[in-house]
Design a protein around this ligand. Structure first.
Ligand SMILES: [Mg+2]
Ligand SMILES: [Zn+2]
Length: 185
């Protein structure tokens, strides 16, 4: 396993169900609400020098439920909320396509990871991917990253995940990330 490089320290986070409560096709910034522990988690990592990058699937656009403008309004509000929490999101990337479009940017496909890595100059192999779905784990594994699944007790005890680590909250994930210089666990 590859050790984290001190110069990289990038955490690639899912948005819905990971940082904020998953409302299902969220189009209204007023309905953004942090997941329990998320503010502290983001601040914890930010204060320790981690860059926080969000990659999110927003298929509501491709399904005709809302527009790219809605996604951008929600993301702008999230940037502000995270700054109020004492942290900073380096950038939010999103895929607007429906699954049927078979695009290259919908997770677990890697186009947005590749774009982020190029723009922000990091090696995905040295990053940690955090999400609440197995597709996030697959995305991270495809990128060669370490993976953390935020999950309920049920899934944690079932053990049916390919994640490097499964934890109940983003705060647990944050503490694991900053505790380990190299491999998780
Ligand atoms: Mg999610
Ligand atoms: Zn896409």
């Amino acid at each position: 396993m590859i050790s984290a490089s001190a110069s990289d320290n990038v955490v690639v986070l899912d948005r819905d169900g990971t940082i904020v409560i998953d409302r299902g096709y969220l189009a209204d910034p007023d309905r953004l609400e942090f997941m329990p522990g998320a503010q502290e988690a983001l601040r914890w990592m930010w204060e320790r020098g981690y860059r926080l990058v969000v990659i999110t699937n927003q298929s509501g656009v491709g399904r005709g439920l809302f527009s790219v403008d809605h996604v951008e309004a929600v993301n702008a509000r999230l940037h502000a909320m995270v700054e109020e929490a004492g942290a900073k999101l380096t950038k939010i990337y999103f895929c607007p396509h429906a699954p049927e479009a078979n695009c290259a940017c919908r997770k677990p496909n890697l186009a947005l990871m590749e774009q982020a890595a190029t723009e922000l100059k990091f090696d995905p192999c040295n990053s940690v991917v955090v999400g609440d779905k197995e597709s996030d784990v697959e995305f991270g594994r495809c990128a060669g990253a370490r993976t953390i699944l935020i999950s309920s007790t049920t899934l944690r005890t079932s053990g049916r995940s390919a994640a490097s680590l499964i934890v109940p909250t983003l705060l647990d994930a944050a503490r694991s990330i900053t505790r380990t210089a190299g491999p998780l666990l």
